[in-house]
Design a protein around this ligand. Structure first.
Ligand code: NAI
Length: 704
């Protein structure tokens, strides 16, 4: 059992001990109830303290139990809390560090609570598309007041114990300990005091018996609903938090608990909740590489060098400076250094101006940054990341120089977005030390990092860069070597479908609107304008040579021939006013598409939003299935993570493969078969990838 029982004088102490955060898994729940029974049976015990070992009181549900039968096995958390409430000796929660979700609900079931300062208190269930399910919505308003409690439940955000203790009239904490170090001792003393207080047999206080009212009643809840509606349009849970807290004010406690339970169970079955839970697990799973054990000895990364101070180099450097790691940037000319440095400074200064960065932090970060024009100055760096022009000849020259100067054991990384990492590795005599680190633009903002594993990349290099990515707060996903890696290889098919849709009758604005309604941060044409249409043009020119049979719409080439590269030229699929990002539809572009249609002899047809969404999203899905089968991605959930964190795919849909699972893979394949019959589309592409066909035949899903 992962809860320990000890008796100190006449106080029994139940210590949750289930690292890392004392999750309330079955064995911990059993430990608590066993401890309570022992304490009840021992006449020498007069009161009981429940606390947590190590880094938390309790972080709530044990995520390792998600989806497993143990999660529901008795005693479940509701039963444990009932057992705590029913104990005839005072039970005191001694809370420190982290008291979240089920952990806080357990504490609210105790007769008394003492907290250490600095304890993070939260009911974060809403972040998984749920509401608290073990009385949190019924008990927190009773001790904190309706408004403060609803705010915590709807936001899911942690609040420090000392702040909560200062809420007028709060009954969440009976006592705030002087310091985290003295909590254990103060909790024992407080428990003894409570034993004396109740020695006369007086009733033990229960949160359930406290009144729960809001003076403005209905008006307040209406107001709260309106606020929540604007905030969380794609998610049902926040509005349901309001319903549950309203029930706490209008129903008897036990009835309120039934209402909470019903809402909780209904939410559990929504696709939004499934998506959020999927992503929660997927993000954690992404850092695990099947054949790289978690105890692999890692290399020490204390300093970093960046080659090239352009768009990507500057942003990459900022990530390390933000994490307190010294960076040296190498450029070819002093002017390029000055320009790159100027942009980094401007970025930081904007953050200082907005109050997001303190001046001393800014100074500290800039003091970690040095520059050079000489490779010999880089030799001591533990990790070097190349971000020079995307030309194999330039990469060859750079990697030969790096091979010459870098100390043995240094990791040599390339930020290439399209080139063959194995080929780049072959320019050195140490291919085992070479890896791709594909950052996304703007590199200091975007969370995604594709870690490209070459065929010779050493396991300790992989383990090290995954750890480094955490330090610089990126979500890293491993990709094998292929053209475009995971994300850009898929987006190429998506872009191709976008082109066919224009040929067949859509306008860019119609396609973008449909995709944005689906939830994409940006439709494909607005995205093209942001990234630069010339990038796709260069790739297509290469494809026309490599794969002459591959079918493309010519509209994007016609657009580029007009110099309409997107936001950077003030004109792309849309027009842009300098300094603004609003996309203004352009009549000439629409006319250009119509003329091209005419020239191809196509009669335009009305295309529904549903068809637009399906063709674009399922094109991602089919390509993803090839990527999975080829082993370029380790697991389906990695692909979802790439699309959520790198391409603005809607979080409530859980990623393209999670979405396909929700639609049903049988239905996805049926749609593909329909699309394949369209003579204006690429019928060959719509042949379901073998893996997808197999999953359908076996009645399985991508994400299991
Ligand atoms: P950029 O043109 O903005 O910057 C390249 C910089 O490298 C320039 O400042 C140039 O002076 C410097 N440089 C060129 N040759 C050099 C050499 N031999 N030694 C030292 N410095 C040299 O290019 P950008 O956009 O930053 O791209 C860099 C790399 O990042 C490319 O491989 C690109 O494919 C990749 N990438 C670009 C993304 C983007 O959105 N721009 C996204 C992800 C990857």
């Amino acid at each position: 059992m992962t809860a320990e029982y000890q008796v100190h004088g006449d106080v029994a102490v139940i210590t949750l001990n289930n690292p890392p955060v004392n999750g309330l898994g079955l064995s911990t729940r059993r430990g608590i109830t066993a401890g309570l029974e022992k304490a009840e049976a021992d006449a020498a015990v007069k009161s009981i303290v429940i606390t947590g070992a190590g880094k938390a009181f309790s972080g709530g549900a044990d995520i390792r139990e998600f989806g497993k039968p143990e999660a529901l096995a008795e005693p479940n958390l509701l039963s444990v809390i009932l057992a705590v409430e029913a104990t005839t000796k005072p039970v005191i929660a001694a809370m420190h560090s982290v008291a979240m979700g089920g952990g806080l609900e357990l504490a609210l079931g105790c007769h008394y609570r003492i907290a250490a300062p600095g304890c993070s208190v939260a009911l974060p269930e809403v972040k998984l598309g749920l509401i608290p399910g073990a009385g949190g919505t019924q008990r927190l308003p009773r001790v904190l007041g309706v408004e403060a409690a609803l705010n915590m439940i709807v936001s899911g955000e942690p609040v420090k114990s000392e702040l909560l203790a200062s809420v007028p009239g709060q009954k969440l904490f009976d006592k705030l300990a002087k310091a985290p170090e003295s909590l254990a001792e103060e909790a024992l003393a407080f428990a003894k005091e409570m034993a004396v207080k109740h020695a006369d047999g007086s009733a033990l206080p229960l949160v359930r018996n406290l009144p729960c009212k809001h003076p403005k009643g209905d008006a307040y809840f209406q107001f709260a609903r309106n606020m929540v509606k604007g905030m969380a349009k794609n998610f049902p849970a926040p509005a349901k938090c309001v319903d549950a807290v309203e029930a706490a004010t209008k129903q008897k406690f036990d009835q309120g608990m039934v209402t909470e339970r019903e809402i909780f169970i209904n939410l559990m079955w929504t696709p939004e909740c499934r998506s959020l839970r999927h992503l929660f697990m997927a993000e954690r799973a992404a850092s695990k590489i099947p054949d790289v054990p978690s105890d692999t000895k890692q290399r020490d990364i204390k300093s970093v060098a960046v080659i090239g101070a352009g768009t990507m180099g500057g942003g990459i450097a900022m990530n390390f400076l933000n994490a307190g790691i010294p960076v040296k940037i190498l450029e070819m000319k002093q002017e390029a250094i000055d320009k790159g440095l100027g942009i980094i400074k401007k970025n930081y200064e904007a953050q200082v101006k907005k109050g997001k960065l303190k001046q001393d932090k800014y100074d500290q970060r800039m003091s970690l940054l040095t520059t050079t024009l000489s490779y010999d100055d880089l030799k001591e760096a533990d990790l070097v990341i190349e971000a020079v022009f995307e030309e194999i000849g330039v990469k060859e020259a750079v990697f030969k120089e790096l091979d010459r100067v870098m100390k043995p054991g240094a990791i040599l990384a390339s930020n290439t977005s399209t080139l063959d990492v194995d080929k780049i590795a072959s320019f050195t005599k140490r291919p085992q030390d070479v890896v791709g680190l594909h950052f996304f633009s703007p590199a200091n903002v975007m969370k995604l990092l594709e870690v490209v594993r070459g065929k010779e990349t050493a396991k300790d290099v992989m383990a090290t860069v995954m750890t480094v990515s955490k330090k610089i707060r990126k979500t890293a996903v491993v990709s094998g070597v292929c053209d475009g890696f995971i994300g850009n290889r898929m987006i190429e098919q998506y872009g191709r479908q976008g082109g066919f849709l224009l040929d067949e009758g859509c306008t860019p604005a119609q396609v973008d609107k449909a995709m944005e309604k689906f939830g994409m941060a940006m439709g494909p044409f607005r995205m093209g304008d942001l990234a630069g249409n010339d990038i796709g043009w260069a790739i297509r020119k290469r494809r026309y040579e490599e794969k002459p049979d591959m079918k493309y719409s010519k509209t994007a080439d016609l657009l580029c021939e007009k110099g309409r590269f997107g936001q950077k030229t003030g004109a792309g699929w849309y027009d842009y006013v300098p300094g603004k990002r609003d996309a203004i539809p352009n009549a000439e572009v629409v006319a250009m598409i119509e003329e091209h249609r005419k020239a191809m002899g196509i009669t335009p047809r009305k295309i529904s939003d549903e068809e637009i969404v399906q063709r674009l999203v399922f094109s991602l899905v089919n390509e993803a299935a090839h990527i999975l089968e080829e082993g370029i991605a380790n697991k389906a959930s990695d692909i979802d993570v790439v699309y959520i964190f790198g391409y603005g795919f809607p979080i409530h849909r859980g990623g393209p493969l999670q979405y396909a699972d929700e639609v049903g893979l049988f239905n996805v394949v049926q749609a593909m078969k329909r699309f394949a019959k369209n003579p204006l589309d690429d019928g060959k592409f719509w042949e379901p990838a073998p893996l997808l066909a197999r999953l359908v035949a076996e009645g399985k899903t991508f994400n299991g």
